[in-house]
Design a protein around this ligand. Structure first.
Ligand SMILES: [Zn+2]
Length: 306
């Protein structure tokens, strides 16, 4: 074999091997794992903590694993991800964005608080100033001290995990509100079907805030949500939107069953903004009605603030 031919052949082989290696590379962003301690667990996903002397992860991990089994089944995949538990004081070193302790997900990581989240501390303070008659339901579900991490960490960790099942496809959604409704619907479907003991933890605090009305929200249209999203809305205003999505997700799933969750995920992937033009609200309604169900399209029709 001539020398040049041999060199060409070697180059082709190296190129092939690199492509193969890339295909097997994990999608998990491990650059933020440095310095964390890996916990030994019985689960298939990696668990990392910023401090292994704080032992409050057992129940959360069990629920996350059950949610993984459920989501893997309905979305027909075996999703690879890592769970990170980070103390508030270390939050800014490891998490993608504040506030400390509030669950977030991205690039294959679910990031959760290891001590009480700042949001829970703030909201609990406000709630304890209310007249006692408003608190009895919350106390019966979240305990005498009203531990809202039972909502903010235990429930929202499932919402965040659900996001990864869509993020993995690397697509950009037509609307951020649809992406949020998808995560909340997936969470609701899992808890309603597979985690009876989690249902009240998921449902009681949202019902409480929905009953307290719209006063906390300066911005209320879906267009506001698209334009401002997390960064430009106050935490209360952002939460107000999420609670409206919860209300919608709950009534749709109670009515239609969980088949709609898979349809919505397919829709998010198929209408990826990097490959499809941005749909107008009218086009979006028509396609949602046809491809996912008229109930989803009705979120747009029935939104109270236009
Ligand atoms: Zn979300």
């Amino acid at each position: 074999m001539r020398k040049q031919t041999l060199i060409n052949l070697i180059a082709v082989v190296i190129c092939f091997l690199t492509t193969q290696m890339k295909a097997q590379e994990s999608w998990i962003d491990e650059s933020i794992h440095d310095g964390l301690i890996e916990l030994d667990t019985e689960y298939s996903f990696k668990t990392l903590v910023s401090n292994d002397s704080i032992k409050n992860t057992t129940e959360t991990l069990k629920n996350i694993n059950n949610a993984k089994l459920y989501f893997d089944k309905i979305f027909q995949t075996d999703l690879e991800f890592a769970v990170m538990f980070i103390e508030n004081k270390e939050w800014n070193t490891y998490a993608y964005f504040p506030p400390p302790g509030l669950p977030q997900a991205g690039n294959g990581n679910v990031i959760l608080g290891l001590d009480k989240s700042i949001v829970s501390i703030e909201v609990e303070k406000m709630i304890h100033q209310l007249p006692v008659q408003y608190l009895s339901k919350l106390k019966s579900v979240y305990g005498e001290k009203i531990d809202l991490d039972l909502f903010y960490r235990e429930t929202l960790s499932i919402h965040e995990l659900a996001h990864l099942y869509h993020f993995k496809e690397g697509t950009e959604p037509q609307r951020k509100w649809l992406q949020e409704v998808f995560a909340t619907m997936s969470m609701y479907a899992f808890i309603k079907n597979k985690c009876n003991s989690c249902y009240d933890l998921m449902n009681t605090y949202p019902e409480f805030t929905i009953q307290s009305g719209d006063k906390m929200a300066e911005f209320k249209t879906l267009k506001d949500f698209e334009e401002k999203y997390v960064q430009k809305l106050s935490p209360q205003n952002y939460e107000w939107f999420q609670m409206q999505f919860y209300k919608n997700a709950k009534s749709i799933l109670d009515l239609k069953g969980d088949g709609i969750v898979t349809k919505l995920r397919n829709f998010l992937i198929e209408t990826d903004l990097s490959k499809t033009d941005k749909l107008s609200d009218t086009e979006l309604k028509t396609r949602l009605e046809k491809e996912v169900g008229k109930e989803i399209a009705n979120i747009l029709n029935n939104w109270n603030y236009k």
